[in-house]
Ligand binder design. Structure first.
Ligand code: THU
Length: 146
């Protein structure tokens, strides 16, 4: 259960981070706000590279920042994204869903049934899913750790 006030801050962080995206190639700006179990909000944005395979998504940027600072358990993430110079057009593409690799990376540090993913079109218009819904029947640490 994420409190309304925290939910708002998380979504605001995603939109704040979207402004910082480094995406000169795709021009698709993504921002993320990740809530740690300890109550911190960690931001991330996509960082592209002229060697395209070296690009990193906003969600993984946030996760890696948090893990590198000692947080390894997360309860929610808010994500927003859009092509430079465009406004939401009232379709599914207004919502920046996490890519498959990011879903798997989130899986590593979350309880899929409890972890909430806020996919935002605007600060007021968003949908909420659990990670379990976005990545059913997933593979995780408990499969390989004794
Ligand atoms: N991107 C993200 O940051 N998160 C996702 O989950 C999907 C895609 C970024 C990667 C790339 O910089 C741009 O969006 C276009 O694919």
């Amino acid at each position: 259960m994420v409190e309304k006030e925290i939910e708002k801050k998380l979504i605001e962080k995603a939109f704040e981070m979207k402004e910082k995206a480094y995406c000169p190639y795709s021009k698709y700006h993504v921002g993320a706000g990740l809530l740690t179990k300890s109550g911190k909000i960690v931001g991330g944005m996509n960082i592209e590279n002229s060697s395209y395979g070296a690009c990193v998504c906003a969600e993984r940027c946030a996760v890696f920042k948090a893990v590198s600072e000692g947080d390894k358990e997360f309860t929610a993430i808010a994500i927003c994204g859009g092509l430079e110079g465009t406004e939401p057009k009232g379709s599914e593409t207004d919502y920046a869903f996490p890519c498959g690799i990011c879903r798997q990376v989130l899986r590593e540090f979350t309880k899929p049934k409890d972890f909430k993913v806020y996919v935002c079109s605007t600060k007021e218009k968003y949908s909420v899913f659990t990670l379990e819904e976005l990545l059913p029947h997933s593979f995780g640490p408990e499969h390989v750790l004794a």
